[in-house]
Design a protein around this ligand. Sequence first.
Ligand code: ADE
Ligand code: ZN
Length: 319
Amino acid sequence: MPVPKAELHLHIEGTLEPELAFALAARNGVTLPYADTDALRAAYSFGDLQSFLDLYYNLMAVLRTAEDFTELADAYLERAAAQGVRHAEIFFDPQAHTARGVPIGTVIEGLGASLDRAEERYGISTRLILCFLRDESAESALATLDAAKPYLHRITGVGLDSAEVGHPPAKFREVYEEAARLGLRRVAHAGEEGPAAYVREALDVLGAERIDHGLRCMEDPELVDRLARERIPLTVCPFSNVRLRVVDTLADHPLPAMMAAGLLVTVNSDDPAYFGGYAGDNFDGIRDALGLAPEQLRELARNSFRASFLEDDEARRAR
Ligand code: ADE
Ligand code: ZN
Protein backbone atom coordinates (compact mmCIF):
# COMPACT_ATOMS: atom_id res chain seq x y z
CA MET A 1 0.00 0.00 0.00
CA PRO A 2 1.50 3.35 -0.97
CA VAL A 3 1.82 5.88 1.85
CA PRO A 4 -1.21 8.24 2.07
CA LYS A 5 -0.27 11.66 0.78
CA ALA A 6 -1.64 14.99 -0.43
CA GLU A 7 -0.65 16.38 -3.81
CA LEU A 8 -0.33 20.17 -3.73
CA HIS A 9 1.42 20.95 -7.01
CA LEU A 10 -0.36 19.43 -9.95
CA HIS A 11 -1.39 21.14 -13.18
CA ILE A 12 -4.44 19.30 -14.48
CA GLU A 13 -3.43 20.10 -18.06
CA GLY A 14 -0.12 18.41 -17.29
CA THR A 15 -1.93 15.12 -16.70
CA LEU A 16 -2.98 14.87 -20.37
CA GLU A 17 -1.53 11.49 -21.39
CA PRO A 18 -0.79 10.94 -25.10
CA GLU A 19 -3.52 8.27 -25.41
CA LEU A 20 -6.21 10.64 -24.10
CA ALA A 21 -4.82 13.49 -26.23
CA PHE A 22 -5.27 11.40 -29.39
CA ALA A 23 -8.73 10.20 -28.34
CA LEU A 24 -9.88 13.79 -27.70
CA ALA A 25 -8.25 14.98 -30.95
CA ALA A 26 -10.26 12.38 -32.91
CA ARG A 27 -13.49 13.28 -31.10
CA ASN A 28 -13.03 17.02 -31.62
CA GLY A 29 -11.67 16.94 -35.16
CA VAL A 30 -8.28 18.34 -34.12
CA THR A 31 -5.21 17.32 -36.14
CA LEU A 32 -2.10 16.83 -34.03
CA PRO A 33 1.34 17.30 -35.60
CA TYR A 34 2.44 13.81 -34.43
CA ALA A 35 1.86 10.48 -36.20
CA ASP A 36 0.94 8.59 -33.02
CA THR A 37 1.40 8.42 -29.25
CA ASP A 38 4.97 7.12 -29.60
CA ALA A 39 5.92 10.08 -31.78
CA LEU A 40 4.33 12.45 -29.27
CA ARG A 41 6.14 10.82 -26.34
CA ALA A 42 9.39 11.03 -28.30
CA ALA A 43 8.98 14.83 -28.32
CA TYR A 44 9.11 14.93 -24.50
CA SER A 45 12.75 15.89 -24.31
CA PHE A 46 13.00 19.36 -22.85
CA GLY A 47 15.92 21.76 -22.65
CA ASP A 48 14.26 24.14 -20.20
CA LEU A 49 10.88 25.30 -18.90
CA GLN A 50 9.97 27.22 -22.09
CA SER A 51 10.55 24.24 -24.40
CA PHE A 52 8.14 22.23 -22.24
CA LEU A 53 5.57 25.04 -22.08
CA ASP A 54 5.50 25.34 -25.89
CA LEU A 55 4.44 21.70 -26.26
CA TYR A 56 2.14 21.78 -23.19
CA TYR A 57 0.12 24.75 -24.50
CA ASN A 58 -0.04 23.33 -28.05
CA LEU A 59 -1.39 19.97 -26.91
CA MET A 60 -4.21 21.69 -25.01
CA ALA A 61 -5.86 22.27 -28.42
CA VAL A 62 -7.60 18.90 -27.95
CA LEU A 63 -9.46 20.11 -24.83
CA ARG A 64 -12.66 21.75 -26.05
CA THR A 65 -15.79 20.67 -24.17
CA ALA A 66 -16.76 20.41 -20.50
CA GLU A 67 -16.75 16.61 -20.91
CA ASP A 68 -13.13 16.74 -22.09
CA PHE A 69 -12.13 18.46 -18.84
CA THR A 70 -14.22 16.00 -16.82
CA GLU A 71 -12.46 13.04 -18.48
CA LEU A 72 -9.06 14.64 -17.97
CA ALA A 73 -9.66 15.08 -14.23
CA ASP A 74 -11.20 11.59 -13.87
CA ALA A 75 -8.12 10.03 -15.47
CA TYR A 76 -5.81 11.94 -13.12
CA LEU A 77 -7.81 11.06 -10.00
CA GLU A 78 -7.84 7.38 -10.87
CA ARG A 79 -4.06 7.29 -11.28
CA ALA A 80 -3.47 9.43 -8.20
CA ALA A 81 -5.68 7.21 -6.02
CA ALA A 82 -3.66 4.15 -7.07
CA GLN A 83 -0.52 5.95 -5.81
CA GLY A 84 -1.89 6.82 -2.37
CA VAL A 85 -3.08 10.38 -3.02
CA ARG A 86 -5.92 11.17 -0.59
CA HIS A 87 -6.15 14.90 -1.16
CA ALA A 88 -5.31 16.94 -4.28
CA GLU A 89 -5.07 20.71 -4.71
CA ILE A 90 -5.34 21.04 -8.45
CA PHE A 91 -4.05 23.92 -10.60
CA PHE A 92 -5.66 24.93 -13.85
CA ASP A 93 -4.69 27.56 -16.43
CA PRO A 94 -7.89 29.31 -17.61
CA GLN A 95 -6.09 31.75 -19.93
CA ALA A 96 -4.65 28.86 -21.93
CA HIS A 97 -8.22 27.86 -22.75
CA THR A 98 -10.04 31.19 -23.05
CA ALA A 99 -7.35 32.29 -25.55
CA ARG A 100 -8.53 29.40 -27.77
CA GLY A 101 -12.18 30.33 -27.43
CA VAL A 102 -13.08 27.87 -24.66
CA PRO A 103 -15.11 29.77 -22.05
CA ILE A 104 -13.85 29.72 -18.45
CA GLY A 105 -17.22 28.32 -17.33
CA THR A 106 -16.74 25.27 -19.60
CA VAL A 107 -13.37 24.61 -17.96
CA ILE A 108 -14.51 25.07 -14.37
CA GLU A 109 -17.82 23.24 -14.72
CA GLY A 110 -16.11 20.41 -16.60
CA LEU A 111 -13.44 19.98 -13.92
CA GLY A 112 -16.05 20.49 -11.20
CA ALA A 113 -18.20 17.61 -12.48
CA SER A 114 -15.25 15.28 -11.89
CA LEU A 115 -14.19 16.78 -8.56
CA ASP A 116 -17.75 16.57 -7.22
CA ARG A 117 -17.50 12.77 -7.43
CA ALA A 118 -13.84 12.46 -6.43
CA GLU A 119 -14.41 11.56 -2.76
CA GLU A 120 -16.99 8.93 -3.54
CA ARG A 121 -15.26 7.42 -6.59
CA TYR A 122 -11.60 7.73 -5.74
CA GLY A 123 -11.45 8.55 -2.01
CA ILE A 124 -9.73 11.86 -2.80
CA SER A 125 -10.76 15.24 -1.41
CA THR A 126 -9.98 18.09 -3.78
CA ARG A 127 -9.48 21.82 -4.06
CA LEU A 128 -9.18 23.88 -7.24
CA ILE A 129 -6.55 26.64 -7.66
CA LEU A 130 -6.87 29.09 -10.55
CA CYS A 131 -3.46 30.03 -11.96
CA PHE A 132 -2.55 33.20 -13.81
CA LEU A 133 -0.04 32.92 -16.65
CA ARG A 134 2.82 35.21 -15.63
CA ASP A 135 3.95 35.75 -19.25
CA GLU A 136 0.54 37.32 -19.96
CA SER A 137 -0.29 40.84 -18.79
CA ALA A 138 -1.48 41.93 -15.34
CA GLU A 139 -4.66 43.19 -17.05
CA SER A 140 -5.34 39.75 -18.49
CA ALA A 141 -4.94 38.23 -15.01
CA LEU A 142 -7.43 40.77 -13.58
CA ALA A 143 -9.90 40.02 -16.40
CA THR A 144 -9.50 36.28 -15.72
CA LEU A 145 -10.26 36.69 -12.02
CA ASP A 146 -13.26 38.82 -12.95
CA ALA A 147 -14.52 36.15 -15.37
CA ALA A 148 -14.14 33.53 -12.60
CA LYS A 149 -16.39 35.43 -10.17
CA PRO A 150 -19.56 33.41 -10.98
CA TYR A 151 -17.61 30.23 -10.09
CA LEU A 152 -15.83 31.27 -6.91
CA HIS A 153 -17.72 28.66 -4.89
CA ARG A 154 -15.58 26.10 -6.75
CA ILE A 155 -12.24 27.87 -6.27
CA THR A 156 -10.05 27.78 -3.16
CA GLY A 157 -7.17 29.92 -4.27
CA VAL A 158 -5.05 31.52 -6.95
CA GLY A 159 -1.59 30.65 -8.24
CA LEU A 160 0.99 31.98 -10.67
CA ASP A 161 2.72 29.83 -13.29
CA SER A 162 4.25 29.68 -16.80
CA ALA A 163 7.54 31.30 -17.91
CA GLU A 164 9.17 32.67 -14.77
CA VAL A 165 12.31 34.59 -15.73
CA GLY A 166 11.51 38.20 -16.62
CA HIS A 167 8.04 38.00 -15.05
CA PRO A 168 8.58 38.84 -11.38
CA PRO A 169 5.76 38.32 -8.89
CA ALA A 170 5.29 42.07 -8.29
CA LYS A 171 3.70 42.35 -11.75
CA PHE A 172 0.65 40.64 -10.21
CA ARG A 173 0.31 42.66 -6.99
CA GLU A 174 -3.12 44.04 -7.85
CA VAL A 175 -4.75 40.76 -8.84
CA TYR A 176 -3.42 39.06 -5.69
CA GLU A 177 -4.82 41.91 -3.59
CA GLU A 178 -8.18 41.40 -5.26
CA ALA A 179 -7.96 37.62 -4.70
CA ALA A 180 -7.30 38.24 -0.99
CA ARG A 181 -10.33 40.56 -0.81
CA LEU A 182 -12.40 37.75 -2.32
CA GLY A 183 -11.23 35.39 0.43
CA LEU A 184 -9.05 33.25 -1.84
CA ARG A 185 -5.87 31.50 -0.69
CA ARG A 186 -2.65 32.53 -2.46
CA VAL A 187 0.25 30.45 -3.80
CA ALA A 188 2.83 31.20 -6.49
CA HIS A 189 5.51 29.42 -8.49
CA ALA A 190 8.85 31.04 -7.61
CA GLY A 191 12.48 30.03 -7.57
CA GLU A 192 12.10 27.29 -10.21
CA GLU A 193 14.17 28.98 -12.96
CA GLY A 194 13.86 32.44 -11.43
CA PRO A 195 16.08 33.80 -8.64
CA ALA A 196 15.64 33.60 -4.86
CA ALA A 197 14.54 37.26 -4.99
CA TYR A 198 11.32 36.12 -6.71
CA VAL A 199 10.57 33.87 -3.73
CA ARG A 200 10.89 36.85 -1.38
CA GLU A 201 8.73 38.97 -3.66
CA ALA A 202 6.03 36.29 -3.82
CA LEU A 203 5.90 36.34 0.00
CA ASP A 204 6.19 40.08 0.55
CA VAL A 205 4.27 41.51 -2.40
CA LEU A 206 1.74 38.78 -3.23
CA GLY A 207 1.22 37.40 0.28
CA ALA A 208 1.88 33.87 -0.99
CA GLU A 209 1.15 31.29 1.71
CA ARG A 210 2.94 28.52 -0.14
CA ILE A 211 5.74 28.58 -2.73
CA ASP A 212 5.63 26.22 -5.69
CA HIS A 213 9.11 24.78 -6.40
CA GLY A 214 11.20 27.37 -4.49
CA LEU A 215 14.45 25.43 -5.04
CA ARG A 216 16.56 28.49 -5.68
CA CYS A 217 15.87 29.78 -2.15
CA MET A 218 18.88 27.58 -1.31
CA GLU A 219 21.12 30.29 -2.80
CA ASP A 220 20.01 32.72 -0.07
CA PRO A 221 20.67 31.47 3.49
CA GLU A 222 18.71 34.33 5.09
CA LEU A 223 15.68 33.44 3.00
CA VAL A 224 16.02 29.77 3.94
CA ASP A 225 16.01 30.76 7.63
CA ARG A 226 12.89 32.84 7.12
CA LEU A 227 11.03 30.10 5.19
CA ALA A 228 11.93 27.60 7.91
CA ARG A 229 10.99 29.95 10.77
CA GLU A 230 7.67 30.96 9.22
CA ARG A 231 6.89 27.36 8.18
CA ILE A 232 6.18 28.42 4.58
CA PRO A 233 5.61 25.22 2.60
CA LEU A 234 7.58 24.56 -0.60
CA THR A 235 5.90 22.22 -3.08
CA VAL A 236 8.86 20.48 -4.67
CA CYS A 237 8.58 18.41 -7.88
CA PRO A 238 11.66 16.19 -8.28
CA PHE A 239 10.89 14.54 -11.65
CA SER A 240 9.92 17.91 -13.11
CA ASN A 241 13.18 19.49 -11.94
CA VAL A 242 15.21 16.83 -13.73
CA ARG A 243 13.15 16.87 -16.95
CA LEU A 244 13.27 20.69 -17.13
CA ARG A 245 16.97 20.69 -16.27
CA VAL A 246 16.63 22.69 -13.09
CA VAL A 247 18.80 19.96 -11.54
CA ASP A 248 21.14 17.59 -13.41
CA THR A 249 19.96 14.27 -12.01
CA LEU A 250 17.65 13.03 -9.27
CA ALA A 251 20.72 12.12 -7.22
CA ASP A 252 21.75 15.81 -7.28
CA HIS A 253 18.39 17.06 -6.06
CA PRO A 254 18.62 19.52 -3.13
CA LEU A 255 15.63 17.94 -1.35
CA PRO A 256 17.73 16.36 1.46
CA ALA A 257 19.52 19.69 2.03
CA MET A 258 16.16 21.45 2.10
CA MET A 259 14.84 19.02 4.71
CA ALA A 260 18.04 19.34 6.74
CA ALA A 261 17.63 23.14 6.69
CA GLY A 262 14.26 22.71 8.42
CA LEU A 263 12.12 23.65 5.42
CA LEU A 264 8.55 22.39 5.19
CA VAL A 265 8.91 20.57 1.86
CA THR A 266 6.39 18.39 0.06
CA VAL A 267 6.84 16.08 -2.95
CA ASN A 268 4.60 16.49 -5.99
CA SER A 269 4.34 15.60 -9.66
CA ASP A 270 3.77 18.99 -11.42
CA ASP A 271 2.93 17.68 -14.94
CA PRO A 272 3.06 13.91 -14.53
CA ALA A 273 2.09 12.98 -18.11
CA TYR A 274 5.19 14.84 -19.34
CA PHE A 275 7.75 14.22 -16.61
CA GLY A 276 7.69 10.46 -16.13
CA GLY A 277 5.43 9.85 -13.20
CA TYR A 278 2.73 10.65 -10.67
CA ALA A 279 3.05 11.50 -6.97
CA GLY A 280 3.90 7.98 -5.79
CA ASP A 281 6.45 7.59 -8.61
CA ASN A 282 8.15 10.78 -7.40
CA PHE A 283 8.27 9.37 -3.84
CA ASP A 284 9.76 6.10 -5.13
CA GLY A 285 12.22 7.97 -7.34
CA ILE A 286 13.66 10.11 -4.55
CA ARG A 287 13.76 7.15 -2.17
CA ASP A 288 15.91 5.23 -4.64
CA ALA A 289 18.08 8.08 -5.96
CA LEU A 290 18.62 9.95 -2.70
CA GLY A 291 18.52 7.03 -0.26
CA LEU A 292 15.84 8.64 1.89
CA ALA A 293 15.01 6.69 5.03
CA PRO A 294 11.45 5.48 5.68
CA GLU A 295 11.08 8.11 8.43
CA GLN A 296 12.03 10.87 5.97
CA LEU A 297 9.44 9.62 3.49
CA ARG A 298 6.83 9.59 6.27
CA GLU A 299 7.84 13.16 7.17
CA LEU A 300 7.30 14.25 3.55
CA ALA A 301 3.88 12.62 3.50
CA ARG A 302 2.95 14.27 6.83
CA ASN A 303 4.17 17.62 5.50
CA SER A 304 1.85 17.31 2.50
CA PHE A 305 -1.24 17.31 4.73
CA ARG A 306 0.16 20.04 7.01
CA ALA A 307 0.86 22.26 4.02
CA SER A 308 -2.57 21.68 2.47
CA PHE A 309 -5.57 23.98 2.63
CA LEU A 310 -7.65 21.25 4.29
CA GLU A 311 -9.13 22.26 7.61
CA ASP A 312 -7.18 20.71 10.51
CA ASP A 313 -9.62 17.99 11.47
CA GLU A 314 -10.30 17.13 7.83
CA ALA A 315 -6.54 16.79 7.26
CA ARG A 316 -6.28 14.37 10.18
CA ARG A 317 -9.11 12.24 8.77
CA ALA A 318 -7.52 12.13 5.31
CA ARG A 319 -4.34 10.58 6.71
N1 ADE B 1 2.98 25.22 -15.91
C1 ADE B 1 2.93 23.88 -15.90
N2 ADE B 1 4.03 23.38 -15.32
C2 ADE B 1 4.80 24.43 -14.95
C3 ADE B 1 6.05 24.58 -14.30
N3 ADE B 1 6.78 23.52 -13.91
N4 ADE B 1 6.52 25.81 -14.10
C4 ADE B 1 5.83 26.88 -14.50
N5 ADE B 1 4.64 26.80 -15.11
C5 ADE B 1 4.13 25.60 -15.32
ZN1 ZN C 1 4.11 23.79 -11.61
